[in-house]
Design a protein around this ligand. Structure first.
Ligand code: ATP
Ligand code: MG
Ligand code: MG
Length: 476
């Protein structure tokens, strides 16, 4: 099947990734650990942009940028350099942002995503380093705000801006791309996605070969998908009226789910880029080989390894490796119990229960998962009982064994089940007759009655077998 892309949707994303695992900011020694601090407490003359101070480049930030470039299958530039991008805005009191212009540190890469019609390649145009500006906090909604507060704690944080080609054909593909990118970056250990503002997206979109609009500064992947869906609808309406979409910058109002025009798009020459005289050009070509050697296993490689090492199916391998925390969790469980059973329990059951509750894997322990799988594999509890234990732990806490005792989940076998089977057959002559008359479903009903009597603690499959034996022996 080939995806037709009926509206001619083209989406290109610019993603600002904060290198928040660095200890210090991009050009000064201020700590990056500001997320729980009072505003304007992690600042110095450099990151507040006071005139006359000199930046000193964070070497590790450059290494991280190269790591990211390599992981995205990019070319790494031989020599790179910073530029000044001049604009006046209160989040940037220097009057310019130190960024990269015509020598971005990495370019020409690719990321494979799960597209509308199977594997789909999204090309990476470039990725460059720049400093994060301060954070503006508008009081009330952005268009009607009575005042704005500024926090410079974020100012000067190292950012990598990753720019894709307009290769995504639907909002869903855009979201998949963002998820994949976040996953790769977490495997690289260069950022922590759980911190507020760690990944911010500008989403560019056009339809039917028209001009693009750019929705700036979206803070979640779901938000990006929603903003793009809205833009498609809006742009289609404009075309339907016979008008033209104008190139402009828009803002996404999360609460209302709409995009709002902010300003017409600035042109490159508006920024008066020029080389940053306070930072010399850098030759980084010789760093690449060393950094390549330190690259960790990435999601796609881990997915293949899960299939070959643990003999699981691809859907499980994909689900288990799409978040590094889940992958690590799984491997710890699999080192202690049967890996095949672990794959099913972690990816099908536990992940589902977590998603349903909007929780993540940190809400469950490896120890509990191992214990529960052992109980099932040794035949002490039923699969149904195991699911009940997982739910109980997530909803109310407790340990597997305590829950087993409290809820009486130990599997019942032997006499108790025999007796229940006999009783059910005696008590339901009509159902038995229906079964003899060829109604297969009555057998399910009878098995269900036994399960009810044993409060779900019998193994349904063996109950069925016992039931058939009993019927053959005493009722034919
Ligand atoms: N016709 C198009 N439809 C949708 N997206 C497009 C189209 N043409 C370009 N794009 C996307 O727009 C983005 C352009 O980003 P880039 O950073 O190069 O420039 P910019 O948006 O002009 O600059 P700024 O960084 O100031 O926002 C890329 O992600 C690209 O894929
Ligand atoms: Mg850009
Ligand atoms: Mg842009």
């Amino acid at each position: 099947m080939v995806y037709e892309n009926p509206d001619g949707v083209m989406i290109g994303l610019e993603i600002h990734v904060q290198l928040n695992k660095l200890a210090t900011k991009l050009f000064c020694g201020c700590s990056t650990d500001y997320h729980t601090s009072e505003p304007n407490t992690h600042v110095c003359p450099v990151c507040m942009g006071l005139p006359g101070c000199l930046p000193v480049l964070n070497k590790r930030a450059v290494e991280y940028a190269i790591r990211i470039g390599l992981a995205l299958n990019c070319e790494i530039v031989e020599q790179t350099q910073f530029h000044r991008k001049n604009y006046y805005y209160p989040d940037l009191p220097k009057g310019f942002q130190t960024t990269q212009y015509d020598y971005p540190i990495v370019s020409d890469g690719r990321v494979v995503i799960e597209g509308e019609d199977g594997e789909h390649v999204v090309r990476i145009r470039r990725a460059h380093m720049e400093e994060d500006p301060g954070r503006l906090m508008h009081m009330g909604s952005i268009e009607k705000s009575k005042g704005t507060l500024i926090d410079y704690n974020r100012s000067g944080m190292a950012l990598i801006e990753i720019v894709s080609e307009p290769d995504m054909r639907s909002p869903r593909e855009a979201r998949r791309f963002l998820d994949k990118l976040r996953n790769i970056l977490e495997y690289l250990d260069v950022f922590d996605s759980t911190l507020e503002g760690s990944m911010r997206v500008d989403a560019n979109i056009s339809i039917g070969g028209g001009d693009r609009t750019e929705v700036k500064n979206i803070s979640s992947h779901k938000g990006a998908e929603r903003a793009l869906l809205y833009e498609i609808m809006r742009q289609k309406n404009i075309k339907r009226r016979g008008e033209k979409v104008v190139m402009e910058t828009r803002h996404f109002d999360e609460a209302r789910g709409v995009t709002i025009s902010m300003r017409t798009k600035e042109e490159e020459h508006d920024y008066r880029y020029f080389p940053e005289p306070d930072l010399v050009p850098m030759r980084v070509g010789s760093w690449v080989e060393g950094i390549l050697e330190t690259l960790p296993e990435l999601p796609d490689a881990r997915r293949s390894r899960f299939i070959s090492d643990y003999g699981m199916v691809d859907t499980h391998a994909k689900a288990l490796t799409s978040d590094i925390r889940v992958a690590d969790f799984y491997e710890e469980v699999a080192s202690q119990v049967d890996p095949a059973a672990a794959a099913v329990w972690v990816s099908d059951v536990l992940k589902g229960e977590l998603n349903y509750r909007d929780l993540n894997i940190a809400s469950f322990t490896v120890e509990d998962m191992v214990k529960i799988i052992e109980l099932v594999l040794s035949g002490k509890i039923t699969e149904k009982g195991a699911v009940e234990i997982i739910r109980n732990i997530l909803d109310e806490g407790g340990s597997p064994m305590d829950i087993v005792k409290e809820k009486g989940l130990l599997k019942v076998e032997g006499d108790v089940v025999d007796q229940a089977v006999e009783e059910v057959l005696k008590e339901n002559p009509d159902a038995l007759e229906d079964y003899f008359a060829g109604k297969e479903k009555s057998l399910n009903f009878l098995v269900g009655q036994v399960m009810k009597k044993t409060r779900g603690r019998a193994d349904a499959r063996s109950v069925r077998e016992m039931m058939l034996e009993e019927i053959d022996k005493n009722y034919r």
